[in-house]
Design a protein around this ligand. Structure first.
Ligand code: ADQ
Length: 465
């Protein structure tokens, strides 16, 4: 890499050693390449100052504070109550509030003004996620010429979804201001291409790059992964069954998700309840362990999903519990990652049933944690990005309670040979397409942009449209 790598994400790993695949992968890349990581400080102040330096382990980090109004308008309101539901096909949950777009755009503009003087022409800027969709457009306004990439971690909105966004006219310009738009799946890429196909001023070049007015940009899929080997190793450290005091006959079904309406938790509980209802006496006894730490609790829609889960879990446990057996165990907090890995390994079934999800790393973690000799079965929603790569899972429709209940039954009684065969394929994919591979392939593509853009420009002048 000739220039520096500058990563921009909503949060930086400022609270001690990073944890979680993505943060660790970016941390290691920055350590190896040197560079700069920029994000919000997590603190709110009366009047925001310039970027502040904080110590990074082998690279630089800079953070900026938000005012209370910015936290409200940029983060809670526009990012998480407009863009998040929009991209997760839940336009019914969009909460438009007057002025929140201006605050969101204002934070992006202010950040662009602070970053622009730091960026050299041969630097690579890599922006993460929906908090910063207009950032490249503002950096271009500030005269930044460097290559700017974007990775969209969540589903790309369809033209139909975008109909609910008051700022839909600006959206194609935000995206086109980046040089490389990374999406999780091929399906997302098709959705993005479909959007530009319908716009005046958009053209596709022979090499697949897009032109929108005066901008050339590329859209490709880079399915994110995990550090499969490390996760597999850490799963063996503890006995997950002992952590839960499971009786020898009891089988475990596990779900692990931030408590978010996109994760399909209500229907998952209903499907498990349906399985319990239809369970024959000679079938094994299974308990569902759902770990769902709180997230974005200030947003109304998140309070509602929490209440819904408490209601269903309480009701179903009331109906089905026996002395010494609670069928739904629901933990509403985060747990240490090494314990999580052991719990995945102890579970006969991993239930990953979002109604929409960019990728879903839990699906990959569950597979990585298994014992290849006696692996558990992954049940995976067709609407998780991961389903594009993980066809050997039991793929389900997260709206179809009956089908999911049937898949739970099938998974709990699946013969060993079939479990091993399915796991072998899934594990191979998780190990090969890991997070290091994801970072490298994204950055390699980003680095190649200036040369490809120059070649394309030449070809366009030789063969004018
Ligand atoms: P998320 O919506 O957060 O990520 P996901 O990909 O499943 O979803 O990642 C969640 C991470 O949090 C996993 O590593 C999981 O282990 C961890 N986690 C969840 N519950 C936990 C708990 N109780 N205790 C400890 N750890 C817990 C967004 C997109 C996804 C995309 C990722 C990465 O929504 O679609 O896969 O970014 O691009």
């Amino acid at each position: 890499m000739s220039g520096r790598l500058i990563v921009v994400s909503n949060r930086v790993p400022s609270d001690g050693p990073p944890s979680g695949g993505l943060v660790v992968a970016l941390h290691e890349t920055l350590q190896a390449e040197g560079g700069l990581w920029i994000g919000t400080s997590g603190e709110t102040v009366e009047s925001p100052g310039p970027l502040r330096d904080i110590d990074g382990d082998g690279y630089k980090m800079k953070v900026f504070d938000l005012t209370n109004d910015e936290y409200e308008g940029y983060y809670l309101s526009y990012a998480n109550s407009v863009l998040w539901p929009l991209c997760h096909r839940r336009s019914d949950l969009i909460s438009l509030s007057a002025g929140s777009f201006d605050v969101y755009d204002g934070v992006n503009k202010r950040l662009a003004e602070m970053i622009a003087p730091l960026v050299e022409p041969d630097d690579l800027v890599w922006v993460h996620d929906y908090h910063f969709m207009p950032l490249a457009a503002h950096l271009r306004e500030q005269g930044v010429k460097a290559t700017i990439g974007y990775f969209h971690h969540i589903p790309f909105p369809t033209t139909h979804d975008l109909g609910a966004l008051p700022e839909r006219k600006h959206f194609p310009d935000w995206i086109a201001a980046f040089d490389l738009v990374g999406l999780q799946t091929q399906n997302d890429v098709s959705t993005a291409l479909e959007l530009y196909r319908g716009l005046n001023g958009a053209e596709m070049a022979h090499d697949g790059s897009l032109y929108y007015h005066d901008r050339r940009f590329e859209v490709h899929s880079f399915p994110i992964g995990i550090d499969g080997h490390a996760f597999h190793a850490s799963a063996k450290d503890q006995d997950g069954r002992a952590l839960l005091n499971l009786s020898p006959q009891e089988q475990l079904v596990i779900g692990v998700d931030r408590l978010d309406y996109s994760k399909g938790l209500g229907n998952r509980f209903r499907a498990f309840a349906r399985y319990l209802e239809t369970r024959k006496d000679d079938e094994p006894k299974a308990a569902l362990l759902q770990i769902a730490p709180p997230t974005r609790e200030e947003v109304q829609a998140y309070q509602e999903v929490r209440e819904e889960l408490e209601l269903i879990a309480g009701r179903e446990n009331g109906i089905h519990s026996e002395l010494g057996w609670t069928p739904i165990r629901y933990i509403h907090r985060a747990i240490p990652r090494d314990q999580l890995a052991s719990l995945y390994r102890a579970a006969t079934v991993g239930l990953v049933t979002p109604v929409a999800d960019g990728m879903n790393l839990v699906a990959k973690e569950y597979v990585a944690a298994q014992d290849a000799e006696d692996p558990g079965v992954l049940i995976l929603s067709a609407f998780a990005g991961a389903a594009e790569q993980m066809e050997a899972a039991l793929i389900v429709n997260p709206y179809d309670i009956e089908e999911m209940a049937g898949a739970i039954r099938q998974a709990l009684s699946m013969p060993l040979k079939e479990r091993q065969d399915r796991h072998k394929w899934l594990f191979k994919g998780v190990i090969e397409d890991d997070v290091a591979n994801w970072t490298q392939s994204y950055l390699k593509t980003l680095q190649g942009i200036p040369a490809r853009a120059a070649a394309q420009a030449e070809r366009m002048s030789l063969y004018p449209a």
